[in-house]
Design a protein around this ligand. Structure first.
Ligand SMILES: Cc1cc2nc3c(=O)[nH]c(=O)nc-3n(C[C@H](O)[C@H](O)[C@H](O)COP(=O)(O)OP(=O)(O)OC[C@H]3O[C@@H](n4cnc5c(N)ncnc54)[C@H](O)[C@@H]3O)c2cc1C
Length: 381
């Protein structure tokens, strides 16, 4: 059993941290206020850092980065700008789907995404996202095409994406009747409608409407009615990237708070000398470390090709929860400064709170873990 990072992983962590502190941290609060989207020069630097081709196929410059190493990158990016993690993980998802994509699709979309164009993944529908197998958007075969109709909502990068990967019903009820399609967003019948959310303003979320959108049959990812398997393949490891980005944001806040409480005097002594404050810091540090270990354990299982569904569910619900608790503590220990817009704490908390829902709410993860503990026959679902 080995808990430390290798020398190479330490170097990876250090180089991503250096990049993130120079390129992301200075923009984090500004982008939230101005609503700007990262420009081409910013994207070029991400590409030069090798952050968009981590797991693309080798012929597209892919690096074969392990999932644990991708997790390290997500955690480090999260320290500086939690929202940028989405751009990196989407490029990772594309790499995972590549083997199931038709050659024409691969040749068109992999270079474009690797060059900084945005993509979206669309599972959630207005009737609910927790039940990803129960969607009603449908895709009907018509000659050499499929015709897609339905609505997806709460979709990250909705209004800036050039392509969206959409789950749609091609078969009977339940998860075994779903397929996954690559849909360029400029096709007739595709409409993107943005909306505001409490946090993650950079992610340009919104709803996609598909009004009889015709796509060639080759735009299907993998075989018909295997869409849920594809979705779960991606979601499985992403359930570790999501909390790691939150843990990164929380860890950064904890480090800033540790410095703050050493300086700030209250009732004649530094805050750090009050036992209640020291206990809070120690508690949050312990919870974050435990959550981090859960994430890397699940990613390590994924790297070894082992089952990791219960482990990644543990990482997701626990990691996001404790990161948000730590962020709240850090904001509180900064007193009125913590609440001020000039400090990043309120934004980090707003950004990370959404992660309670994204990639499934905690109740769904409790159900997955319970299924592992109890067996499917005795579990809630
Ligand atoms: C920041 C952010 C980014 C997102 N990005 C995307 C994206 O890019 N693509 C995409 O497809 N979706 C995205 N989503 C949507 C996300 O996947 C859904 O929010 C999630 O799947 C839950 O669906 P829902 O919000 O419709 O909640 P519902 O399914 O309506 O559930 C509501 C609440 O009911 C409870 N609940 C649900 N199921 C159970 C159960 N079995 N037992 C007990 N209680 C339960 C939970 O408390 C849950 O929060 C994003 C969401 C957020 C917040």
């Amino acid at each position: 059993m080995e808990f430390g990072l290798t020398e190479d992983q330490e170097m990876l962590r250090a180089s991503v941290r250096k990049y993130a502190e120079a390129e992301l941290l200075p923009n984090y609060q500004r982008w939230d206020v101005t609503g700007e989207f990262p420009d081409q020069e910013f994207m070029r630097k991400m590409i030069d850092m090798g952050l968009l081709n981590l797991r693309l196929p080798p012929e597209y410059g892919g690096q074969g980065t392990s999932f644990v190493d991708c997790g390290i990158i997500c955690e480090e990016i999260g320290r500086a700008d939690h929202n940028i993690r989405y751009i990196i993980s989407n490029a990772i998802h594309l790499g995972e789907m590549a083997s199931a994509m038709a050659p024409e699709l691969r040749e068109e979309w992999i270079p474009r995404i690797a060059n900084g164009e945005m993509m979206s993944l669309a599972f959630t529908e207005p009737r609910g996202g927790a039940d990803a197998g129960g969607i009603i958007t449908k895709a009907v075969r018509d000659g050499d095409d499929y015709v897609i109709s339905g609505e997806k909502t709460s979709i990250t990068f909705c209004s800036v994406s050039k392509v969206v990967f959409v789950s749609a019903r091609t078969g009977g009820a339940g998860p075994r009747g779903l397929s996954f399609f690559c849909v360029p967003t400029d096709l007739p019948g595709v409409k993107a409608v943005p909306f505001e959310r409490m946090g993650q303003r950079l992610d340009r979320a919104g709803s996609f409407f598909f009004d009889d959108v015709r796509v060639p049959a080759r735009n299907m990812i993998g075989e018909e009615n295997t869409g849920f398997i594809w979705a779960m393949t991606i979601i499985g490891y992403n359930r570790c990237f999501v909390p790691l980005a939150c843990i990164g944001a929380a860890q950064k806040s904890l480090e800033e708070t540790i410095e703050y409480v050493k300086q700030r005097e209250v009732m004649g002594k530094p805050l750090s000398k009050w036992q209640a404050v020291a206990t809070e810091l120690a508690t949050e540090a312990t919870k974050l470390e435990a959550a981090r270990m859960l994430c890397y354990k699940a990613l390590s299982l994924k790297d070894q090709g082992l089952r990791h569904d219960a482990e990644s569910s543990m990482a997701k619900w626990w990691g996001v929860k404790v990161a948000n608790e730590a962020l709240y503590t850090c904001m509180r220990l900064h007193g009125h400064y913590g609440w001020a817009k000039s400090f990043p704490f309120e934004q980090r908390l707003r950004d990370c709170l959404g992660m309670e829902s994204a990639d499934g709410p905690r109740e769904v993860h409790h159900g997955i873990i319970a299924r592992d503990l109890l067996g499917r026959q005795h579990a809630p679902f």
